[in-house]
Every structure is written in structure tokens, then in C-alpha cells.
Design a binder for this molecule. Structure first.
Ligand code: HEM
Length: 518
């Protein structure tokens, strides 16, 4: 027994020493590459266009690890980045000998230069390395024809006209959630976390049904899909924070990889079953407009795309939706719980819509009526300004001119962390204040178009923006119609961290008091 465990330890130590040398070699190799690049940029007079790039502000860096300490550990990373943005202004650089330099853009003008470009669409080396191969999909394609044609095919099911037909399914999922909320809060008002189960399940149901045209509750093992997806993502995230797992052979023998494969098998079976039943329905009604054009699965089948590609696209979409929209909905609810005056204003317009028989039937608001919930929409936008869930990456494959002086060389990675711009008083005065009026049309017109980049912008912006805004609006309208929402937490007590999307350090707690509707 003892000799077994000591030989296991011996093996582990040998492996660690081997890993240490492997990583040192990799670091040295990258360091020499970066050093050569900067030496050439410095020497060659013809490359003088990079003068401004070379003198971009940057915190002190260290040999081999560059500016790693400015990014890692993940705890406090967001605040450190925001502080660097305040200190260094519209653009600063962090060196990274392991991969490439990271340039952070913090002004709408600089952000416009990259996001409006049709030439700089590559997401980034690091993301490409980390992205699970089983989800190799449009979201990670490095631009080019393949991305363009898939983006074109997938644009249609995310348009208002297509999303409209899913309206009843959105309310069905919300009804399931609110009846569980009623049960949860029936015995009083103790504050609980509703995000990690109820809100997530509800959004998962909404997204999966609108993308695939099938309620996963009605499919064998469908309910397990969400658990498998969570398991899959957890293993993926382990990889983000353990760089040695980026080495393919170590990754392939790791327990994380094994768990990932098992969870993937469960998900594959569900999606293949869904596609089969979808095909059957299509065969029965080949000309059905809704089936053909209004779900992602239908549009892809119609375009003759193979099941394996459909699987990857659908899984990637559901994953992205699950990683972003529940947090966004939770922050919006949190902001309204913290600001009862705005909650009341939202409720007035929500009640007016629900009480109007021309806009609401059997508890389901007409799709068009959602557009009239204007204050609610502004509150969601303001919440997303203060709590932008995710950011944007690009790796430059050719030089990019940011302004008269500054040209970024190819091979650097550009990062846009919306919190940096959204918290700059130059674009949003009193940025720490919750002021939904910032999104009144007259105020939006006065602002730079690229000052608000919660959903990115330009040709590669978020394809799911309308879907997620509708989902959040329906959820908020349903909850505020039935409950008064409060929270014992404060913005300070619920610190947000990049993990890798914005997440609270501690779960947000809510209390809900059922309203008596006459
Ligand atoms: C509040 C929720 C969401 C936020 C804040 C958000 C934000 C973003 C951002 C910042 C980008 C990068 C844009 C760029 O690189 O320029 C993006 C891309 C993307 N988002 Fe979203 N997103 C949300 C919800 C969704 C949902 C619900 C879906 C799908 C169902 C989705 C699908 C995608 C896809 C596929 C891309 C990649 C587009 C491409 O590469 O062409 N997102 N999102």
C-alpha cells in the first residue's frame, strides 16, 4: 500500500519537474520571440509608424512573467484593470511573454477603430486555444468566408420577426419560474439566491426552445442537458486557470477531459434526438414558415448543414446564452431591488400593459406590447452599463491604425473591457449612480456610438442581443407584475469579478412579497 502511494508520488514529482522544464522552455521561446519583435520594431526606421505603440503606457513588467501580476490572480482583476484604465487613459499595454502583448482600448474612438473594421475579426489566439473543440462554431471562427456565411445563415432566427413566434414559450417558462418563486417565498421573506437555479433554468428553457423549437422538458434526458452543460463548462473553466492543461497531451489524460467527454455525450444524444423529431415535423409540414425560418435548428437544416455542425452551433449558442443572460437578468433585478422608485415606475407601465385586454391575453403580453415597456428597457440598459457581463477580444493579423499617431502592429491582442469605458465620467457622468435616463433617446444621441459596448458593436457584434433583451424584459415584467422585490445586499457587499464573465463573489439574495392583484 505504502509503496504504491510512494511510487505515485514519485511519478507525480517526475511529471512536475518535466512540466517545469517544458514551461520554462516555452516561456524562453516566447520571450525571445517578443524580444526580437520589439528589437526590430525599435531598430527599423521604416517601422517608425510604431513609435507611439512602443511608448504606450504600461505598468512595470518583469522578465519572463511580463505584466502577469497585473492580471492574475482572478480575484480583484476587474478592479485592477479599471484602475489601470483610469491611470493610463485611452490605451495601455500589458506585456505577456507566454503569448502576445495585450492592448486595452478605453475610449469610444479607439474602440470604434477596431470594432467597425471588417478586416480585424479574429477573436484571439488565447480564446481560440481555450475554446473547446466540440464547440468549434461561428463564435470562434477567425473571420473569413466560413464565419461570414454562417453568420448570414444564423442572422435570421435572431431577428425580431423570428423571435416573435416564441413569445408564448417565453411566458410558459416564466410561469414555471414564478410558481416556484411563490412556493419559495410562501412562508415569509427570508432572502435567498434565486439566480443559480430558478433564473438559470428559466433562461435555459427560453433559449433552448427558441433556438431548437422544442421544449427540452418534453425530450428524453432534456432536463439533464442543463446539468451536463454546467459540468462541461466547469471543466472548461478549470482549464482557463490551469495553464498546463493547455498542453494537449496533459489535457487529454486529465480527469477534467474525461468528465467533459461524458457530459458531452449526454448533450449530444439530446440534441440529436431533438433534431430527429424536428426533421419529422418538417417532413410532415415542409412549407411551415415558422419551422423553416424561425429557429436556428430549422434554418440550418434547411441550408443542408450537417448534424455535427448544427450540434456545435446550437451547443455554443446555448452555452453563451447561459453564461451571459442569467447574470444580466440578475443584475437588472438587483438594481431595481436597490432602487424601489425605479421599480415602481417599471411596475406602473407593466401593470398598464397587463391590464389592457388589447395587449394581454391569458397573462401573456403581446410581443409588440414589450416595446412599450420603455422605462424597464432603460433600467436594463443602465444595469448592463454598470454591470457589462462580458468583453471583446481581437488578435490583429495586420497593423491597425487607431488614430493619427497610434498604429498597433500585427500579432498584438486587443481587449475591450466595457466596464472601463462605462465607468468613465467623461462619457457617463456620475458613473456609480443608477440613472436609466441616460438611455432616453435624446441622451443616447448625444453620446459617442461606441461609448456603450455591452453587446460589442460592428460586424461581429452579439448576434443574440435581441433575444437576450427580450428574455430579460419578459422575466422582469412577469416577476414585477407578481412580486415586490427587495434585497438585503448592497452593491459593495456583492463584489463583481471576471470569472471569465462578470459574476458576483457572493450570490445575490432577494426577497419577494406577493402582490395582491385586484
Ligand atoms: C446579456 C446578454 C449578452 C451579452 C452582454 C453579450 C455580449 C456579447 C459580446 C460583448 C460579444 C462580442 C462582440 C464582439 O466581439 O464584437 C458577443 C458575441 C456573441 N454573442 Fe452575445 N451576449 C449576450 C447574450 C447572447 C445570447 C443570448 C446569445 C445566443 C443565444 C449570444 C450569442 C453570441 C454569439 C454567437 C457571439 C459571437 C458573434 C460572432 O462571432 O459573430 N449572446 N456577445
Amino acid at each position: 500500500m505504502q509503496s504504491n502511494s510512494s511510487s505515485a508520488e514519485y511519478l507525480r514529482d517526475v511529471l512536475l519537474v518535466f512540466l517545469f522544464f517544458l514551461m520554462s522552455f516555452k516561456l524562453l521561446q516566447n520571450y525571445i520571440k517578443q524580444w526580437n519583435l520589439s528589437r526590430n520594431l525599435g531598430k527599423d526606421a521604416t517601422l517608425d509608424i510604431y513609435k507611439a505603440y512602443r511608448s504606450l503606457p504600461s505598468p512595470p513588467s518583469f522578465p519572463f512573467i511580463g505584466n502577469a501580476i497585473n492580471i492574475l490572480p482572478k480575484h480583484g482583476m476587474l478592479q485592477r484593470l479599471v484602475n489601470l484604465g483610469i491611470k493610463h487613459g485611452h490605451c495601455f499595454k500589458l506585456t505577456n511573454p507566454l503569448t502576445e502583448d495585450l492592448v486595452f482600448l478605453n475610449s469610444p474612438e479607439a474602440v470604434q477603430a477596431i470594432l467597425s473594421s471588417h478586416e480585424h475579426l479574429r477573436r484571439g489566439h488565447l480564446l481560440e486555444k481555450l475554446w473547446p473543440s466540440e464547440m468549434n462554431s461561428m463564435a470562434i471562427y477567425p473571420g473569413g468566408e466560413k464565419w461570414k456565411s454562417m453568420r448570414k445563415i444564423l442572422t435570421r432566427p435572431f431577428m425580431y420577426k423570428a423571435l416573435q413566434i416564441h413569445n408564448p414559450c417565453f411566458y410558459k417558462q416564466c410561469e414555471r419560474m414564478t410558481s416556484q418563486l411563490e412556493e419559495r417565498f410562501v412562508n415569509g421573506n427570508s432572502a435567498v439566491n434565486i439566480v443559480d437555479d430558478l433564473l438559470k433554468q428559466c433562461i435555459f428553457g427560453m433559449s433552448s426552445e427558441s433556438l431548437m423549437g422544442v421544449d427540452l422538458e418534453d425530450v428524453e434526458d432534456g432536463a439533464k442537458f442543463c446539468q451536463n452543460l454546467d459540468l462541461f463548462l466547469q471543466q472548461w473553466l478549470i482549464r482557463v486557470y490551469r495553464p498546463w492543461l493547455l498542453i494537449p497531451w496533459i489535457w487529454n489524460i486529465s480527469s477534467s477531459r474525461r468528465i467533459m467527454k461524458d457530459s458531452l455525450k449526454g448533450m449530444t444524444n439530446v440534441i440529436l434526438n431533438v433534431l430527429e423529431s424536428y426533421k419529422k415535423r418538417l417532413n410532415e409540414k415542409p412549407d411551415d414558415e415558422d419551422l423553416n425560418n424561425n429557429t436556428m435548428a430549422g434554418v440550418m437544416l434547411k441550408n443542408g448543414i450537417e448534424p455535427v455542425t448544427i450540434f456545435r452551433e446550437v451547443t455554443a449558442m446555448i452555452t453563451i446564452a447561459n453564461e451571459t443572460t442569467p447574470s444580466a437578468a440578475a443584475y437588472a433585478l438587483f438594481m431595481l431591488a436597490l432602487h424601489p422608485n425605479h421599480q415602481e415606475l417599471c411596475r406602473q407601465e407593466i401593470d398598464a400593459a397587463f391590464d389592457d385586454p388589447s395587449k394581454c391575453q391569458n397573462g401573456v403580453l403581446e410581443f409588440e406590447a414589450l416595446k412599450e415597456l420603455k422605462h424597464l428597457e432603460r433600467c436594463i440598459q443602465e444595469s448592463l452599463r454598470m454591470n457589462p457581463v462580458t468583453g471583446t477580444f481581437r488578435t490583429l493579423e495586420k497593423p491597425l491604425r487607431i488614430n493619427e499617431e497610434l498604429v498597433l502592429p500585427s500579432n498584438v491582442s486587443v481587449v475591450i473591457v466595457p466596464s472601463m469605458i462605462h465607468n468613465n465620467p467623461k462619457y457617463f457622468p456620475n458613473p456609480e449612480q443608477f440613472e436609466p435616463e441616460r438611455f432616453l433617446p435624446e441622451n443616447v444621441r448625444e453620446r459617442h456610438r461606441y461609448a456603450y459596448v455591452t453587446f460589442g458593436a460592428g460586424p461581429r457584434n452579439c448576434i443574440g442581443m435581441k433575444l437576450s433583451m427580450i428574455e430579460i424584459k419578459v422575466i422582469m415584467a412577469t416577476i414585477l407584475r407578481k412580486f415586490e422585490v427587495r434585497t438585503p445586499d448592497t452593491r459593495e457587499s456583492v463584489q463583481l469579478e471576471l470569472d471569465p464573465t462578470l459574476k458576483p463573489l457572493k450570490p445575490i439574495r432577494f426577497t419577494m412579497k406577493k402582490r395582491i392583484l385586484t
